[in-house]
Design a protein around this ligand. Structure first.
Ligand code: PLP
Length: 462
């Protein structure tokens, strides 16, 4: 299997890459995102034959066609086994029925209690295996407003061929998330607190990657959700859920930010799973909902919400879907993305808009609506649903129609205790294995809010 950038076209100089290079590279040099040259497709009989497999074995089968000959079957099996062994539920991704046609897929039983563990646990082990073969080391650099940072640090801690430098805005991530990151005391983990905003952190990271001498000299690597391997690993749970529901026609409802999770659902459909409708959930940062309704993608300022992991106005992975909606026309995509960057507005061509609206629908919720529905769901079912997952569950009820819906629960409620307490006046408790989290010793480095200071810190810690 070979990979192309979404901005690839006949007279662009960039070549097709193999899986391992795509994983280490993250973003293509032309600014595009990597996608496989074709989508693997399994017949219904083939899917049926995979139904009895436990999660990690299913993962190896789903991932196999994407990786070419980078790993043997045995190596891949070992990778997926290692990646899901620290999950605290036997099913890894259990489905819970809330109502006649409503199933919640709980993706928060991983080590940091958010669905990002599914992709990042795998990515950490994948980096490890690729670097081992190449006898290389990398420096992972990232910025986080919470969930990505804790999941990435947990995935990389203790790995001898990787160092991770994670920037967060000092005092501006939740207490639980901060403790999850700073209590990892391994030598290869560097938490960097920046006296500024999440955007300041992200801009510093961008400028480090833009300095190509620095980037290449230190083998910098990114773990944000544009990395193809993260999307690939997320296809697996849609397959797992679809098999549990007996390969019936279903809809899927996904609380969305950077559009990585729901794009994986779209990819699962390309692989032959009977997913008939894709429902996007948004908070008050509703750019995706507006795009689906109007065919016009237009940014507005980011507003902080009670579902902070979705406080995003530029959903990077939407570029992947757009490329597909344009019939894989990389030249046209490049023109449109360039316009979007210049003006903050992108008008979908008519046929792309039609295809988008045929498959996708979207629902946006205010903070008040989210809190009210957390309360209502608790009264009706006894389930405490985190604010992100709540958006997916509500959207599922509104837009599922006659189809059974699988609503994706992306985080454990105890990660967002303030909002849950406001909604139901009960403080959600952390699972037993994390009950001492707030008492654990921590380590964190304060670094000045500028790229040069961060560069210096990273160089000194090689
Ligand atoms: C990251 C995150 C999301 C958004 O997922 P995307 O793949 O960026 O769309 C939703 N909920 C939670 C809890 C998250 O951590």
């Amino acid at each position: 299997m070979r990979y192309y950038s979404t901005r690839h076209h006949s007279n662009s100089p960039h070549q097709a890459l193999h899986f391992d290079d795509v994983v280490l590279k993250g973003l293509a040099d032309d600014g595009g995102l990597y996608l496989p040259e074709t989508w693997p497709h399994f017949s219904e009989a083939k899917w049926q034959s995979l139904a009895p497999l436990p999660y990690h074995q299913l993962a190896a089968e789903v991932i196999k066609p994407f990786i070419g000959n980078v790993f043997s079957d045995d190596e891949l099996a070992a990778l997926t086994q290692k990646s899901y062994r620290d999950f605290r539920h036997q099913a890894i991704a259990p489905l819970k029925q809330l109502d006649n046609q409503l199933f919640v897929m709980e993706l928060f039983h991983g080590p940091t209690l958010a669905f990002k563990d599914f992709a990042l646990q795998f990515l950490g082990n994948l980096f490890d295996a690729i670097l081992e073969k190449r006898n290389q080391t990398i420096n992972i650099i990232g910025a986080t407003s919470g969930d990505t940072g804790s999941a990435a640090i947990c995935a990389v801690a203790g790995k001898h061929n990787q160092r991770i430098f994670m920037l967060h805005p000092k005092g501006k991530v939740s207490k639980v998330q901060e403790a999850q990151m700073t209590s990892m005391l391994n030598d290869n983990v560097y938490n960097i607190a920046i006296d500024g905003s999440f955007d300041d952190c992200q801009n510093i990271v961008k400028s480090l990657f833009a300095d190509h001498d620095f980037r290449d000299g230190l083998n910098l690597c990114a773990v944000n959700s544009i990395n193809w391997a993260r999307i690939m690993a997320q296809i697996v749970y849609y397959a797992y859920g679809s098999l549990r529901l007996g390969l019936r026609d279903i809809a899927v409802s996904v609380p969305s930010g950077n559009f990585g999770n729901i794009f994986a659902a779209w990819a699962a459909k390309q692989m032959g799973l009977p997913i008939q409708k894709l429902i996007i959930g948004s908070n008050c940062n509703d750019i995706l909902a507006r795009t689906v309704q109007s065919g016009i993608m237009q940014t507005s300022p980011v507003i902080p919400s009670v579902a902070p992991s979705m406080d995003i106005q530029i959903s990077s992975n939407f570029e992947r879907l757009l490329y597909e909606l344009l019939g894989r026309d990389g030249a046209m995509l490049e023109t449109l993305m360039h316009q979007f960057k210049q003006t903050g507005r992108l008008d979908l061509p008519d046929n792309a808009k039609k295809s988008l609206q045929t498959l996708f629908c979207a629902h946006a919720m205010s903070d008040d609506e989210i809190r009210a529905d957390i309360n209502k769901t608790y009264q009706q079912t006894g389930e405490i649903i985190d604010p992100h997952s709540m958006i997916g569950v509500t959207a599922a009820k509104l837009y599922g129609g006659d189809l059974p819906v699988m609503a994706i629960a992306t985080a454990h409620p105890a990660k967002f205790p303030n909002t849950i307490t406001q909604a139901i006046n009960i403080e959600p408790t952390l699972p037993d294995y994390l009950s001492d989290l707030m008492q654990r010793p921590t380590r964190c480095h304060d670094v000045m809010n500028d790229a040069d200071s961060v560069k210096q810190f990273i160089t000194q810690n090689q």
